[in-house]
Design a protein around this ligand. Structure first.
Ligand SMILES: NC(=O)c1ccc[n+]([C@@H]2O[C@H](COP(=O)([O-])OP(=O)(O)OC[C@H]3O[C@@H](n4cnc5c(N)ncnc54)[C@H](OP(=O)(O)O)[C@@H]3O)[C@@H](O)[C@H]2O)c1
Length: 439
């Protein structure tokens, strides 16, 4: 019995299991190698063993009947086998971890690991930052807050700050900015973080598009967050809605009441927010190429980011290339495929369940979510996964200490199926609806 040789089989390298708030993951690869008879007497098994520090780890081992026999499993075959059937078979809580952890398959003479390997680093390195076109630095990774109930988001943001998150993506329409603000201010009071080290983004909602309402929209957010300035303020969508107290105003027939305010006029009012210090940077969200070009021509202050849906099923390659040319950063929202979106249909393919993503995850000893997040960072995009679950907040953050290969990045690019999950189809007849254009 020996650990799989990394030269022989890089793909099935030893995978250290990571601990996130007491959760550990067990992967099982049925048929990781050929049957013993077909494979020169070599059989691959996977086992879970307990480390003395009570951390769990998984070691892939090869079982060799005759010790002298060398495995001749070709790397290519193993990789092909993995591509078929990766499964994360268990997620368990480790509250009372038993003394002896049961192996997935009995492994004779398995020796306990006595020392953590040098590469095992429970403290993740810091998240990289990107320079915006106006000179400010923006962390490439932050916490999304859409759909986070106010009673949960306060704890989530506080936990995230403790874990190391420094960027938070907020919006008036998420109806939780007061709770997010409470967590931020408490964390500052408790000296967990300084305001100057945080990067807070929020967004002007569609009912505030009229230039006379832009300042009010921004002030409302600043009051709710209880902050004196934002780092980044975005026009949430190019389409304006009828102003008023209703976030989504409807007519008697259930149609959204919109306005024809030109977002270029809204943009000019956004520029004033920078000049008066309410926000440091301004940008847009859900804008297409032509809409950005229109702003670009007249802007005194040009948009620094465009926040758009982006994940392996909607890779946004053409929009990304256009934004890069302009020096605008793409902020990837719904990077995990927004699995909890209210309008999800049973036939929609879940991004996190994709076989290739799971395979790549296994080969790095990571979760599919970590692969989706790392994918965006390596493309040079900022990424903002949302979670209110402590273990996920931790694991999603732990993405700086591994790297996807060029080949893996290409394979992920090829998963693109132009699947838009946040389409706001109810206003697709609005003249500024952004998704009729190719990009
Ligand atoms: N500008 C825009 O128009 C716009 C539109 C959409 C989103 N956004 C922003 O982008 C952020 C992220 O997008 P999103 O919220 O749509 O979707 P997402 O980040 O792709 O997915 C969030 C969902 O995935 C779950 N999740 C988180 N980590 C996970 C993990 N490691 N494994 C499995 N599931 C996991 C979360 O559940 P739990 O919370 O229960 O853990 C949540 O239900 C939003 O929160 C918002 O800030 C902006």
């Amino acid at each position: 019995m020996r650990k799989i040789n990394t030269i022989l089989c890089k793909f099935t390298n030893k995978n250290w299991f990571r601990y996130y708030s007491g959760e550990y993951r067990i992967f099982h690869f049925p048929g990781i190698s050929k049957a013993k008879e077909e494979n020169n007497g070599v059989e691959t098994v996977m086992s879970k063993i307990q480390l003395p520090s009570s951390k769990a780890c998984v070691v892939l081992t090869e079982k060799i009947d005759e010790p002298s026999k060398k495995s001749r499993t070709p790397t290519k075959n193993v990789a092909n086998t993995i591509l078929k059937e990766p499964q994360e078979c268990t997620v368990e809580k480790v509250e009372n971890m038993p003394e002896k952890v049961k192996c997935l398959r009995p492994v004779p003479r398995l020796k306990p690991v006595t020392k953590l390997p040098a590469e095992y680093n429970p403290k993740p390195p810091e998240i990289p930052a990107i320079k915006l076109r106006d000179g400010y630095m923006m962390p490439m990774f932050g916490l999304g807050t859409w759909g986070s109930a106010p009673e949960k988001v306060e704890a989530a943001v506080k936990h995230a700050i403790k874990v190391g998150y420094r960027m938070f993506d907020c919006a008036h329409v998420y109806e939780n900015e007061k709770a997010v603000g409470k967590a931020i201010n408490k964390s500052i009071e408790e000296c967990l973080v300084k305001r100057k080290n945080l990067f807070i983004t929020s967004k002007l909602w569609n009912t505030y598009h009229h230039p006379d309402l832009v300042l009010e929209g921004c002030r409302r957010t600043l009051d709710d967050l209880n902050l004196s300035y934002l780092n980044l303020y975005l026009i949430h969508w190019p389409m304006g809605y009828k102003a008023g107290n209703e976030l989504i105003p409807y007519d008697a027939c259930g149609r959204v009441l919109t306005t024809r305010v030109d977002y270029v006029e809204t943009w000019k009012a956004m520029e004033k927010l920078v000049e008066s210090g309410y926000t440091r940077s301004i940008g847009v969200s859900n804008f297409n190429k032509n809409q950005i070009e229109r702003i670009w021509k007249v802007a005194k202050i040009r948009p620094v980011v465009n926040q758009v849906e982006c994940h392996p099923y909607l890779t946004q390659q053409r929009l990304m290339a256009f934004l890069k040319e302009k020096g605008i950063v793409l902020v990837a929202y719904s990077p995990l495929g927004a699995p909890a979106r209210p309008w999800v249909k049973s036939e929609d393919p879940p991004v996190l369940e994709d076989n290739l993503i799971k395979t790549i995850a296994f080969s790095h000893g990571r979760t599919p979510a970590q692969i989706c997040i790392r994918y965006q960072i390596q493309r040079g995009n900022v990424v903002i996964p949302k979670s209110v679950t402590p273990s996920r907040i931790e694991s999603n953050f732990d993405v700086a200490s591994f790297e996807l290969t060029g080949q893996e990045m290409k394979m992920l690019d090829n998963l693109d199926r132009k699947l838009r999950l946040v389409a706001l189809e109810s206003v697709s007849n609005h003249p500024h609806y952004p998704f009729h254009d190719a990009f």
